[in-house]
Design a protein around this ligand. Structure first.
Ligand code: HEC
Length: 100
């Protein structure tokens, strides 16, 4: 019983920030083109995390791309700029994506 409670507590601490950032992604309209585990208009966040795993500069590079948009990495469709996202939120989103 005690152990179950500890596990529950661990899960809530781990899951809470992840969910907060998914909510941020939803509120910034990212989920219109992206899903965590399947390709929509853009790549799934799991695929993005896999592609840049071990790349220490990935969070900064992805954050810049989230704000400015870009193309040519995943296919012919470009990602439009997302001026509604400030730099701090873009970094939060990029860091969250890298944990998928
Ligand atoms: C209109 C559709 C659309 C929206 C809205 C959108 N994206 Fe994208 N996103 C794309 C497409 C298409 C690509 C692939 C671009 C490429 O091939 O370089 C992409 C690529 C990415 C990548 C990978 C970039 C790379 O260079 O590997 C990340 C990370 C990403 N998007 C995050 C976000 C976040 C966070 C938001 C919300 C602020 C968002 N996207 C909103 C369509 C979209």
């Amino acid at each position: 019983m005690k152990r179950a409670l500890l596990i529950m507590a661990a899960i809530t601490t781990l899951a809470a920030p992840a969910m907060a950032d998914e909510a941020l992604a939803k509120s910034k309209n990212c989920m219109a083109c992206h899903a965590v585990d399947k390709k929509l208009v853009g790549p799934s966040y799991k695929d993005v995390a896999k592609k840049y795993a071990g790349d220490a500069k990935a969070v900064d590079a992805l954050a810049a791309k989230i704000v400015k948009g870009g193309s040519g990495v995943w296919g012919a469709i470009p990602m439009p700029a997302n001026p509604q996202v400030n730099e701090a939120d873009a970094k939060k989103l990029a860091a969250w994506i890298m944990t998928q």
